[in-house]
Ligand binder design. Structure first.
Ligand SMILES: O=C(O)C(=O)C[C@H](O)[C@H](O)COP(=O)(O)O
Ligand code: SF4
Length: 607
């Protein structure tokens, strides 16, 4: 099935707007690729340092230029349940590399923040910046220039985007992303959310809350809601950076190990030393980026990717805008209902058909570019990913065509009968600036909210007002000075229980902020990433209690219904944000706050 005219024209527009930067990027990539084999550019001393700690056989292999060396960039730590399984991956990858006649070395580690641990805490103000730190740390690992390809071990929110930005900066190297998979299903996410709302109302205590949370988050693997981490897995698969079928296989299973070994061997097979050289910077082109955006809309993915995808695309010289994302939303239907967009979790999603089903449905619907390069290779392009992976007899991966029908039509639907005719993410425009909203998790009767503003300069202030019983009414919560320059643009997901309680009591409530929400945020209409931010003089900083604000996700508008001259004439209030500049490491990120770009440009520090 060829891709639809509308998707084709948006892709063409992205190619045109990217041409100047993409051409420069590809020139730099080809210059880097011309210096091959990689280690021949190193002097003997460099090389000796690079393999000093290797085994004699690896030293002999690396002294020459015909054995491929695989760099491993790992984000292992015990803080993220999703990254804890990576502890054993380097040994697995090294053994697989040896079986394939190559060598593998850990090139470096990158930091990995858990947004669940830092949610609502000061540490969250480092979270968005950690994406770019991860990209820089990736570059530091690869800068040893000892490698012919690299594998990237990462799963969660900022880590995969940071790893891909780093990988694309070394675009001459082939790249394979290796996930660890979701934890098995625990307490359903909607029951977890209900207990949170009861706690917010003072109806249950900390003991019940902790028991509920611990039953939901109970073991190794990614949390099972469809937030940014699992949106990352979807993106890596639909952009051809995973081995087909890798995304949602649970950790610690034989199939997971087989996929990891297979990924290591595949990375060694696509270096410049072989016949299938697949540099990641050429493989990821405008069509792959469009495929990622299409997948995001079709699955109701995380709002954070309205920034991360923009930043990842920029790392390959590709200019992706919120207008592109919004226009694709108009032509891509919602095919999946996974929490917070439904009751199912990612394990149910996988069992219903998973990524193989989604990719097949979107390809047959003419909504994905099929003729793209992938790490899997071959002439099939993305069609090779319309599969279900299984464990073969001798511990290898076998792949069967994905079932024709969804195994659970409440979780996975079809392009002909989608859950929503448009995608899960919408851009909003108006005199408040531009913003994004995730509509896939908001009931239709909450897509338009018009109510008086109540203004807060922190999420704690809103929570305090809720606890004091001051919010039992229709209102639009304006939470400002949460933008990238103000305090690193934290997620304000802790507001969800209080706003959810008020919405359940029948009030028409909405959130408008220059901050972020979690990909797991959902049912309360939230216009987020408002640009320009308050600290940049944006109108969001000039709104006062009582101003009427209208959020319309149907037509995509966000306005303050006050006299424009009066609004423009208001000074931006002096808000003391000095407390955001110290404590929990924030002292070290002043330079990031000073140079960070705008949300609609990916809130990147790389310009
Ligand atoms: O998906 C994202 O963008 C996230 O940031 C997920 C975080 O990890 C949240 O913190 C969700 O977890 P809870 O706070 O337990 O609801
Ligand atoms: S999905 Fe979010 S909460 Fe879960 S481990 Fe990853 S970062 Fe932490």
């Amino acid at each position: 099935m060829t891709v639809s005219q509308r998707v084709k024209s948006i892709t063409h527009r992205i190619c045109e707007q990217s041409k100047p930067t993409r051409d420069v990027y590809l020139d730099h990539l080809r210059e880097a690729a011309s210096r091959k084999p990689k280690r021949s550019a190193l002097a003997c001393a460099n090389l000796a340092h690079g393999f000093a700690a290797c085994s004699p056989s690896d030293k002999a292999a690396l002294a020459g230029d015909v054995i491929a060396n695989l760099g491993i960039i790992t984000s292992y730590n015990d803080m993220l349940s999703a990254h804890q399984p990576f502890e054993t991956y380097p040994q697995l990858i090294k053994a697989a590399a040896k079986e394939a006649g190559g060598v593998a070395q850990v090139a470096g580690g990158v930091p990995a923040m858990c947004d669940g641990v830092t949610q609502g805490q000061p540490g969250m103000e480092l979270s968005l910046f950690s994406r770019d730190v991860i990209a820089m740390a990736t570059a530091i690992g690869l800068s040893h220039d000892m490698f012919d390809a690299a594998v990237y071990l990462g799963v969660c929110d900022k880590i995969v985007p940071g790893l891909l930005i780093g990988a694309l900066t070394f675009g001459h190297l082939p790249a394979v992303f290796i996930p660890a998979g979701p934890m098995t299903t625990g307490l359903p996410n909607d029951e977890k959310a209900k207990t949170r709302q009861l706690y917010a109302e003072g109806k249950v205590g900390r003991e019940e809350l902790l028991e509920s949370e611990s039953k939901s988050y109970h073991g190794p693997g990614t949390c099972t809601f469809y937030g940014t981490a699992n949106s990352n897995q979807m993106l890596m698969e639909i952009m051809g950076l995973h081995m087909p079928g890798s995304s949602f296989i649970n950790p610690g299973t034989p199939l997971r190990e087989a996929l990891t070994r297979e990924a290591a061997k595949r990375a060694l097979a696509i270096t410049a030393l072989g016949n299938e050289y697949t540099p990641v910077g050429e493989m990821i082109d405008e069509r792959s980026i469009v495929n990622g955006v299409v997948g995001l809309h079709a699955t109701g993915g995380s709002t954070n990717h309205t920034m991360h995808l923009v930043a990842m695309a920029a790392a390959a010289g590709i200019k992706l805008t919120w207008q592109d994302i919004s226009d694709l939303s108009d032509v891509v239907p919602l095919l999946a209902r996974v929490y917070p967009n439904g009751l199912a979790d990612v394990n149910h999603f996988h069992a219903a058909g998973g990524m193989g089903y989604i990719i097949r449905e979107l390809l047959d619907g003419g909504l994905l570019h099929e003729d793209v390069k992938t790490v899997w290779g071959g002439a099939e392009g993305l069609r090779a990913y319309t599969i279900e992976p299984k464990l073969g007899e001798n511990g290898t991966v076998v792949r069967e065509p994905v079932a024709a029908e969804s195994a659970d039509k409440k979780v996975l639907s079809t392009c002909k009968q989608p859950f929503q005719v448009t995608g899960g993410l919408k851009m909003l425009k108006g005199n408040l600036g531009t913003a994004v909203i995730k509509t896939s998790a908001v009931k239709a009767d909450r897509h338009i909210i018009e109510a008086p503003a109540i203004v807060f300069d922190s999420q704690a202030a809103l929570q305090d007002a809720f606890k004091a019983g001051k919010l039992d009414r229709d209102f639009v919560a304006i939470v400002r000075f949460q933008g990238p320059r103000a305090n690193g643009m934290p997620e304000l997901h802790k507001l969800t229980p209080a706003l959810g309680v008020l919405q359940d009591r029948g009030h028409m409530v909405a959130l408008v902020t220059d901050g972020r929400m979690s990909g797991a945020s959902g049912k309360v209409p939230a216009a987020i990433h408002v640009t320009p931010e308050a600290l940049d003089g944006g109108i969001i900083g000039k709104i006062r209690d009582g101003d009427v604000v209208r959020l319309d996700a149907e037509i995509g508008t966000l306005d303050v219904l006050e006299d424009p001259d009066v609004l423009a004439g208001r000074p931006t209030p002096e808000v003391d944000i000095s407390h955001n500049s110290y404590g929990m490491g924030r002292e070290l990120f002043a330079a990031f706050r000073n140079v960070v770009g705008k949300a609609d440009n990916g809130a990147s520090v790389f310009g």
